[in-house]
Design a protein around this ligand. Sequence first.
Ligand code: AMP
Length: 225
Amino acid sequence: MPKVRTKLVTWDEVVGWCRELAEKIEKSGYRPDIIVAIARGGYVPARLLCDFLDIHDLVSIQVLHWGKAAEITAVAHVKYPYTLDLSGKRILLVDDIIDTGDSVIVARDYITKHWKPAELKVAAMQWISPVAKIKPDFYVDEVKEWVWYQYPWTRAEDTTNFFEKIVSERAKEGKTEWSFDELVEEFKEWYGIDVGEAYYRLALRRLLESGKLEERDGRLVVKSE
Ligand code: AMP
């Protein structure tokens, strides 16, 4: 059993989900004038929805919430507040997944107050219903058991963070030296997914560059704090 329930998402799945989402939005009769992508997770789904719904207006708002290795580290907040006049416009606010729901709530409240749209509806590919504080107007999957969706646009970042987590947790138990293969095997065991050689190499390079690991006689050694 992996330590963190993780689902490896393919690009094809993303395209399929967004097509389904667009169909649901069309069927509902809601006709957005503009899409607002929540950065960074909502970018790709928002762009695909523009294509499938033939919407040409796309802007974005960045909300910070989640930190490293599938852990919440901050109170959700708008990173770069700015004002737009969207009076009279119908907005579709898009994110990849609604987990706690904090990001989408912060974005919705900010937009409603400062951008003053005529109407705002929320769309996401996944909705983690047992923990989310908000139900999106449109979604594809209701997720009933929490899982980390390893989307293709966070693959390098997640792999790096997951490596870092493994290395620091295992260092507490006294393991401070690794081979590349050992690290990859442990990654697969902890997360139950395989992201492929190129991502493992990239993540390792980042950890070496940031000084979290160093190479000594062909071994990867954990730098002591
Ligand atoms: P939240 O504010 O908890 O609804 O989530 C904020 C953002 O963090 C989401 O839009 C995703 O980009 C990312 N995120 C949160 N939970 C997950 C998850 N279970 N799997 C993948 N990404 C997630």
